[in-house]
Design a protein around this ligand. Structure first.
Ligand code: HEC
Length: 298
């Protein structure tokens, strides 16, 4: 009985040890992600940009590469990214780790643009003399294969976004991709609802506000942003007649007060006259002050 218990305890301790070291060391990056290469070429300029992005987002935990000054109070301790262990990872693995994160290591998928994420890797690699970059040529144009469809359902007031890629081997639905929907406004963009993840069929559904103003015909310019690991960041624009028709006079319309093209002559005359009157009053005041001063002197 005693030996049996001992065996169970030993087994438990040994497996815990294995599980722990397994969890610490292995990122279990899927083979296709591991083999992924950057779409931008690493050089001094990309590393420089990468350094500034690193300083803002990573240095607080990982410290300065080669300095070994990472935040030791964390468990696991964030590795020094110039270390041999990190440098052994492929570019694809580094990119994957940046995208997904793990427990304490945050996910930067939605925080940094794809370009910035590769530039950080460029910076991390600049500490490795032996590193030779493998560029991905075929990946660069992959985003062009992606087709984004948008359909509006009047009854539910919802927009259905479908993302597919037309590969030579057939059509692939992009699943579990982050989709963000915006409406273009006069100044900047308005995000519609929360970001969504696509289903296995590459579909994401957004509730569209019922009271969003469009132009005078109700047209709204929509921008949809897709974030896919393989196809990169994709942005598509589509105008849909789904807003509330609103007549906002354009800055060039005749009726606009501050029309940028044409100002009625009377506004210009009145304005010039106003400035001149103000100038004259000012001069008269100065003149009177001077006279007062002279009068006081006598
Ligand atoms: C909140 C602290 C924190 C921040 C911020 C952070 N990391 Fe991490 N990072 C960690 C921790 C902790 C680990 C170890 C995680 C593990 O092994 O489970 C880690 C692991 C990593 C690894 C894997 C290294 C290896 O050898 O296994 C890479 C690469 C990495 N981080 C890159 C970055 C980059 C690049 C940034 C900035 C964009 C960043 N991290 C921001 C805490 C952080």
């Amino acid at each position: 009985m005693y030996t049996r218990n001992l065996r169970i305890v030993t087994f438990a301790i040994v497996s815990m040890f294995f599980l722990h070291s397994f969890a610490e060391n292995n990122w279990n990056v899927p083979a296709d992600k591991k083999a992924r290469n950057s779409t931008i070429k690493f050089d001094a300029t990309t590393s420089k940009v990468g350094e500034s992005v690193y300083t803002k987002n990573c240095v607080s935990c990982h410290g300065d590469p080669t300095k070994g000054n990472s935040l030791k109070s964390l468990s696991p301790v964030p590795p020094d990214l110039a270390s041999a262990k990190t440098q052994e990872l492929t570019d694809g693995e580094l990119f994957y780790i940046l995208n997904t994160g793990r427990v304490i290591m945050p996910s930067f998928n939605n925080v940094l643009s794809e370009e910035d994420r590769w530039k950080i890797i460029s910076y991390i690699r600049s500490f490795n003399k032996d590193y030779v970059q493998q560029l991905s040529i075929s990946d660069t144009n992959k985003s062009q294969l992606v087709k984004v469809d948008m359909a509006f359902d009047k009854k539910s007031n919802q927009i259905t976004v479908t993302v597919k890629a037309n590969e030579k081997t057939g059509v692939v639905s992009l699943k579990d991709d982050e989709i963000v929907l915006f409406a273009n406004r006069y100044f900047g963009r308005l995000q519609i609802g929360e970001s969504q993840r696509t289903t296995a069929d590459g579909v994401a559904v957004f509730d569209f506000p019922k009271d969003l103003p469009g132009d005078k015909d109700g047209n709204v310019k929509l921008v949809v942003k897709v974030n896919d690991d393989t196809y990169g960041e994709i942005s598509r624009l589509k105008t849909m007649k789904i807003g509330v028709p609103t007549d906002i006079p354009s800055m060039t319309a005749d009726r606009t007060i501050w029309n940028v093209l044409f100002k009625p002559i009377w506004i210009i005359v009145l304005y010039t006259f106003g400035v001149m009157v103000f100038g004259c009053v000012l001069l008269y005041l100065l003149y009177s002050l001077n006279r007062l001063r002279k009068a006081g002197n006598i």
